[in-house]
Design a binder for this molecule. Structure first.
Ligand code: PHE
Length: 419
């Protein structure tokens, strides 16, 4: 569960969530986002974990075995794993910039560097992409318990402490209330259909859905565990951490007299200029980029683990070799993203707007219709006897998994392709 939280909490919680909330109506958007989590995010997460826990294998084999050795589902599973692999290739590029910025922060030159010049410098972009990939491979190489679990046990609490500290700091700055207002003031008229798409797309990516991560982590969960109960803390902590990051970042941005810039500029451009101006900014900057790096490592490893676990299970190769093969290939595939904004935009669009929604759709259609909720849901509670409260939850999950989630995902999918 810790590892699943580590996977969910990543780059997009920190740089994207605060921005999209502010832009799309503050508390009104938060309400809409929570609505999307309840109707789609949570049911998809439960479905993925359930597939993994029941299948007990890699993504392709778990789907294939449950479906009764159907080749279509084995192939779908392979496609889903490939999505995680593609994500890991460009995620590492952005995470590499974070290491570069951490180095700038330590050297104390953050306010003098140019974001554009840095990320367009091939040595910077490819070099730090390589360093980040090596860090992720190092964690993965140590295996599930010593590597992934260890990294999460150490990194997640550190991240929360750092974040609370930054937030406390941000709140004491003059002008902080503007930032809080930007984040929380409800503006219902900003809730356009586009805001809905944004909320849904964000929910998918931030919960690491649609790319095999949660199916794989599900296969590591004990048979006795109650799945819905394990999934609630994942969704809640991901959301709470996003909100804390929102308060921390926006109070600092507003205290520095800046407006929240669009997207990634917020952490690579706006924040560094502010860190240079505020007292203690040197240490704050180091703490901040270190925090984002921790969040990125635990997400990156989770995007690579599905395909690694497949190679270990299916191709009978050892973990070290599998990690090496996947790491090197993801690094190579990431090079064009590191060198060309055009390529980066294309591949991240294909992964995030096409493949991930399709992967999530496959998971709910699989549980709802292929496997069937009647057969699937008795596996939800581990060894716990089914209680009355379970029935109510099952009814809600059934409606969402069979109907609401597939229909809503299809809508996002079609609209995002159309726009
Ligand atoms: N959830 C991660 C984030 O918020 C992104 C991610 C998705 C990582 C899927 C791995 C797998 O940044």
């Amino acid at each position: 569960m810790f590892a699943a939280v580590g996977s969910a909490v990543g780059l997009v919680n920190i740089w994207r969530f605060p921005y999209i909330v502010g832009q799309n109506g503050g508390a009104a958007f938060i309400a809409l986002y929570i609505f999307c989590l309840i109707l789609i995010g949570f049911p998809v997460l439960v479905s993925e974990i359930l597939i993994g826990r029941t299948g007990q294998r890699d993504v392709a084999d778990s789907l294939g075995t449950i479906a009764g050795k159907k080749p279509l589902w084995m192939q779908t599973g392979k496609g889903i794993m490939l999505t995680g692999f593609i994500v890991s290739s460009f995620y590492s590029v952005v995470a590499g910039w974070i290491i570069g910025y951490l180095v700038y922060a330590i050297r104390g030159v953050l306010s003098t560097v140019s974001y554009e010049a840095s990320v367009h410098n091939p040595l910077f972009a490819v070099g730090y992409h390589a360093i980040f990939m090596i860090l992720a491979m190092f964690v993965l190489n140590r295996g599930i318990q010593k590597g992934i679990e260890w990294a999460n046990k150490f990194m997640m609490p550190t991240l929360v402490i750092l974040l609370l500290f930054l937030m406390g700091y941000g709140l004491t700055l003059p002008g902080a209330s503007e930032g809080v207002r930007f984040l929380f003031y409800p503006n219902w008229s900003a809730l356009t259909p586009m805001a809905f798409l944004t909320a849904l797309g964000h929910a998918f990516f931030t919960l690491s859905l649609g790319q095999g991560t949660m199916i794989t982590y599900g296969s590591y969960i004990k048979k006795s565990e109650n799945i819905p109960n394990s999934c609630i803390p994942i969704v809640v902590s991901d959301t709470v951490i996003s909100l804390l990051a929102g308060i921390a970042i926006l109070t600092i941005v507003f205290a520095g007299g800046q407006n929240p810039d669009s997207g990634i500029g917020l952490i690579f451009y706006t924040l560094p200029t502010i860190f240079a101006k505020i007292p203690g900014g040197y240490f704050m900057a180091i703490g901040f980029f270190f925090l984002v790096l921790l969040a990125a490592i635990t997400s990156q490893t989770s995007a690579m683990e599905p395909i690694i676990s497949y190679l270990i299970d299916k191709r009978n190769i050892g973990r070290h070799k599998a990690v090496f093969l996947v790491g090197i290939s993801a690094f190579l595939l990431g090079i064009p993203s590191a060198l060309s904004v055009f390529f980066f935009n294309k591949i991240s669009f294909i992964a995030m707007d096409i493949l991930i929604p399709l992967g999530g759709l496959a998971a709910v259609l699989f549980v709802g219709w292929v496997w069937g909720v009647e057969k699937a849901f008795p596996n939800l509670y581990g060894r716990e006897p089914v209680k009355r409260s379970h029935r109510a939850l099952q009814l809600y999950l059934k409606v969402c998994v069979k109907w609401l989630a597939p229909v809503l995902i299809a809508i996002i999918f079609i609209s995002s392709i159309a726009t």
